[in-house]
Design a protein around this ligand. Sequence first.
Ligand SMILES: CC(C)(COP(=O)(O)OP(=O)(O)OC[C@H]1O[C@@H](n2cnc3c(N)ncnc32)[C@H](O)[C@@H]1OP(=O)(O)O)[C@@H](O)C(=O)NCCC(=O)NCCS
Length: 198
Amino acid sequence: MGFWKNLFSGSVRGESPEAMASSVNYGASGEEFPLGAGEVSSQTLPDSGSQSLSRFAGSNVRVFFSTDRDLDLYELEELCDAVGWSRRPLRKVKKAIQHSFLVVSMWEVRGAKRRLIGFCRATSDHAFNATLWDVVVHPDYQGKGLGKALMKFLIKKLRSEDISNITLFADPHVVDFYRTLGFMPDPEGIKGMFWYPD
Ligand SMILES: CC(C)(COP(=O)(O)OP(=O)(O)OC[C@H]1O[C@@H](n2cnc3c(N)ncnc32)[C@H](O)[C@@H]1OP(=O)(O)O)[C@@H](O)C(=O)NCCC(=O)NCCS
């Protein structure tokens, strides 16, 4: 988590990044899954997703994905706090969200209550490349296939925009999570490189 913590707190200076650059190239055969096409898409979650939902107590629990970027930043901050990420200035978070190419939030709905349980976003050149940032699932909901579902939703959206080169920077402890989604560390020996101010 060191790299991300530092990146979020803006104190990466002088530290060697532990993160690993990964990428996935989804061609025409990119994975598809049954989600609605609107701004807000609800179950059925992709593959393990529907199965995951059955692990939640109660039958009126639903999980939604949304691409609406009008988020409550305090709620997002709580989610990031829950996984131990350092706080970031909210005005910068707001700006980063506004200028992202795609923002995906994941919500649990229990009756009338809605809770933010996951988030990720992508920046892009709008043509060839996208880079993923801030991939997070609330600890209460981890290990249920929801991170995978969130990522697949995001990748499907990027593929629908004809973006085929998707990259990210993975903390060492989550490299295998991204591998399960088809991301390759250092494909063909390509190294992620970083520049920080002195
Ligand atoms: C990484 C994270 C998003 C994964 O979300 P999740 O909902 O727990 O993941 P899932 O349950 O969908 O797991 C999908 C697959 O990845 C595997 N996996 C999940 N987390 C993993 C990890 N940390 N290391 C290795 N494999 C992992 C699961 O075993 C599962 O494998 P399977 O498909 O073979 O069953 C979540 O743990 C998280 O938010 N962590 C804290 C924030 C973070 O580190 N973000 C990444 C920054 S680079």
